[in-house]
Design a binder for this molecule. Structure first.
Ligand code: NAI
Ligand SMILES: O=C(O)C(=O)[C@@H](O)CO
Length: 368
């Protein structure tokens, strides 16, 4: 079945959406249709149904200058991704409450104009939308159903956006538990890294009921440059995200292997970066992560242990499906080794440091 055509969208302050003459156009969520056709995913390579629509939204610059959000939001988990997402919501006009178990993150958020909350329940009390950006499924369950959980205070009809990367089966279970209480759940994993989170320019891979999408729309608009609507069943977003994680993990491991091998041969790795990013061996992850190696800066934008988690989920899913995934299994071993060597909380480009250490290769900022 062909994918519905999607369109670029102009900032909210422009005129309202032009009525569609074609049933193939998505419903507009964010102002006028600019009239420029958006990339359409090749239907022969896609199993997406009519309801699985990608809406590409406008640039970060437009988001910053054009969006005016409405309502109250809470963000739980003010780490690499959540902090920037909270700022994007604030910039779009939301009143945002933030909570994190790390008190320093809450203090920083409050100092920068947000409302610091004392628990998930307190953050969610008046919220139309609660965005959860903790690390994993167990933490998401705690902030939903734990002693001070969101489920204690969230008003009926409010929506919980679950953005931590997790096993699709667990996403389905959490959604069913929350929906049984009359609240809405949107499975909404994210991609694009900390910088895009801060710019309001993430890719969001979402699935959930039409009511959950409708309620979440202004917040999604504030945080995403590209929103993929992947069906009305929670778990679909998580399933797509795991495919991204398989590739992302393999690409980081491969990029790390390549840059360390280049250094071992005495090549100037800044020049390698320049050449490869203009050549066919490039990848989004090579381009995004290898500057950290060139600069010798392993401040975590995404930690090694994130991929220990995500590639671990892929192994579990593949084992239950009896599907071989040897390439991602090898990548997982490199992340595990990097974590075991004490770098689990460092930036995931640290896999290159592991290669360097075991081969006696010198990389910037990391003595061999
Ligand atoms: N960092 C990245 O580039 C990307 C990360 N992701 C996913 O997004 C999620 C968040 O990732 P990051 O922001 O990198 O992780 P992070 O570790 O930087 O942030 C997570 C935050 O959640 C907080 N937290 C943990 N348990 C909590 C609880 N019970 N209540 C309140 N706060 C709690 C932590 O203190 C931390 O500040 C993960 O699922 C990750 O896989 C997805 C795309 C990109
Ligand atoms: O951006 C994404 O997609 C990612 O999953 C990584 O940046 C790391 O979690």
């Amino acid at each position: 079945m062909p994918l519905r055509r999607s369109w670029w969208r102009a900032p909210r302050r422009c005129s309202p959406p032009r009525p569609s003459s074609s049933t193939s156009e998505p419903t507009a969520s964010r102002g006028a249709i600019r009239g420029r056709p958006l990339m359409q995913m090749p239907s022969q390579r896609s199993s997406l149904s009519e309801d699985q629509v990608m809406t590409e939204q406008f640039s970060p610059e437009a988001a910053i200058s054009g969006a005016t959000g409405t309502g109250r939001a809470a963000v739980i988990g003010l780490g690499s991704m959540g902090y920037g997402m909270a700022q994007s919501l604030k910039r779009a006009g939301f009143e945002v409450a933030g909570f994190d178990v790390n008190a320093a993150a809450v203090e920083r958020f409050a100092a920068e104009g947000g409302r610091g909350a004392s628990s998930p329940a307190e953050a969610a009390r008046d919220a139309d939308v609660v965005v959860s950006v903790v690390v994993n499924a167990a933490q998401t369950e705690t902030i939903l159903f734990g002693p001070d959980g969101v489920a204690q205070t969230l008003v009926d009809g409010a929506v919980f956006l679950s953005s931590a990367t997790m096993d699709p089966e667990v996403a389905r279970t959490l959604a069913a538990r929350l929906e049984a209480t009359g609240r809405l759940y949107l499975d909404a994993p994210i991609s694009g890294g900390a910088q895009r989170a801060a710019e309001g320019a993430l890719t969001i891979l979402a699935s959930g009921s039409p009511a959950a999408f409708a309620k979440a729309r202004p917040a999604l608009d504030a945080m995403a440059a590209k929103l993929y609507e992947l069906g009305d069943a929670p778990g679909q977003g998580a399933a797509f995200k795991m495919i991204n994680q398989l590739l992302a993990g393999v690409h980081i491991a491969a990029a790390s292997e390549a840059i360390a091998f280049a250094a071992r041969q005495g090549l100037d790795i800044a020049k390698v970066y320049e050449v490869i990013t203009a050549s066919a061996g490039n990848s989004w992850m090579f381009e995004n992560r290898m500057p950290h190696v060139v600069d010798g800066d392993y401040t975590p934008r995404s930690a090694v242990d994130i991929f220990v988690k995500d590639l671990g989920i892929i192994q579990d899913m593949a084992r239950s499906a009896k599907f071989p995934v040897p390439v991602s299994a090898a990548a997982l071993q490199m992340f595990l080794a990097t974590s075991a060597a004490g770098m689990g909380r460092d930036d995931d480009a640290s896999v290159a440091r592991l290669y360097a250490r075991i081969t006696g290769t010198k990389l910037p900022g990391d003595p061999a």
